[in-house]
Design a protein around this ligand. Structure first.
Ligand code: PLP
Length: 318
């Protein structure tokens, strides 16, 4: 018999295995907080940044999405999510990643800067590596913490364990959830050496890191490693973007993405296309009004992936 849920002082075995696995894939991390969802991870990271620095301001990128609870919403640029509750935390400032000058808004009052390396809800937009590197330098100069939201991009989605690896930056915190438990709810914050110390008991959660969820996350990490998921995500992504571009589709403005996180920007609204694909068994998502977002299962077979791409191309030709 094993417990599936238990206060964190007990039943430590699965959680310890998870910490060891997380340390291997997030070498910068010194501590972890385990929680139950993405928005909770962002809330915790925001709180840890405010507690660590004693500052009240945080920055986020325009087009960002970080979750639907109040702290995470304050860091979310999209009006459709914010409007119903405005005004929310007043000391949050948006940075435009297309404008290097926006980096100067990170100052001595700033506790943290939150970034998605590939903006998911924002339209599968890849933030420029040069911008991210400048941001990292500025954060260090100003004593602010750099927090990378890998809730959508993490665990192999973009062809590496985490998208920040490709940008060659070292974050102070990484937020993760979604794929971490392969469908079992779990989230986490990985913290580097610049985070803390924090007062004892500053944060916690009844179910965060429970043995069932921790076992699911360990199994997820093992499977990604054993089945070569990272390489396949990279290879299938490159192949898909090439195929979509070579199809020369008039309805398409741009195809972009990394690994198996792909956005097809259309010249018209995406919802009718989503419906047509759904009737053919292809489940995709919108990322804004005109972007078709493809996030296939990372274990998809090559034939299924090619078949789905053929259907998408056919629908876009019609
Ligand atoms: N951050 C990003 C980048 C996300 O894509 C999401 C969810 O879509 C969240 C945060 C919020 O995660 P959750 O829905 O688990 O609260």
């Amino acid at each position: 018999q094993s417990l599936i849920s238990c206060f964190r002082a007990f039943a430590k075995e699965k959680r310890s295995s998870l910490y060891s696995e997380l340390k291997c894939i997030l070498p910068f991390a010194r501590k972890f907080l385990l929680c139950n969802s993405g928005t909770e991870a962002v809330e915790a990271a925001l709180k840890f940044a405010l507690v660590t620095t004693g500052r009240a301001k945080a920055c986020y990128l325009s087009s960002s999405f970080h979750g639907r609870s109040l702290g995470a919403l304050s860091l979310t640029a999209q009006q459709k999510h914010r409007d119903c509750v405005a005004p929310i935390l007043p000391t949050m400032v948006a940075l435009n990643p297309s404008d290097n000058a926006s980096i100067s808004l990170v100052d001595g009052e700033t506790a943290a800067v939150f970034v998605e390396i590939v903006q998911g809800e924002g339209g599968i937009k890849l933030v420029d590596i040069d911008y991210l590197q400048r941001l990292e330098v500025r954060c260090h100069e100003q004593g602010a913490l750099l927090v990378v939201d890998e809730i959508q991009t993490g665990f192999g989605r973009t062809g590496s364990w985490f998208a920040y690896e490709r940008a060659d930056i070292v974050p102070d915190m990484v937020c993760m959830a979604k794929a971490m438990g392969s469908g079992v709810p779990i989230g986490a914050v990985a913290m580097g050496e610049r985070v803390g110390p924090m007062p004892h008991g500053v944060h916690g959660s009844t179910f965060g890191g429970n043995p069932l969820a921790a076992a699911a996350a360990v199994a997820t990490i093992e499977t990604i490693r054993e089945e070569g998921v990272l390489g396949r995500a990279e290879q299938f992504g490159v192949m898909a973007i090439k195929r979509l571009n070579e199809a020369n589709l008039r309805a398409v403005r741009e195809v972009r993405g990394q690994g198996l996180m792909i956005g097809i920007e259309l010249r018209k609204r995406v919802v009718p296309l989503l419906r047509r694909l759904q009737t053919r068994g292809v489940l995709a998502l919108a990322a804004g009004p005109t972007v078709l977002r493809l996030l296939p299962p990372l274990i998809i077979g090559e034939d299924d992936w090619n078949r789905a791409l053929s259907m998408i191309i056919e629908e876009l030709q019609s």
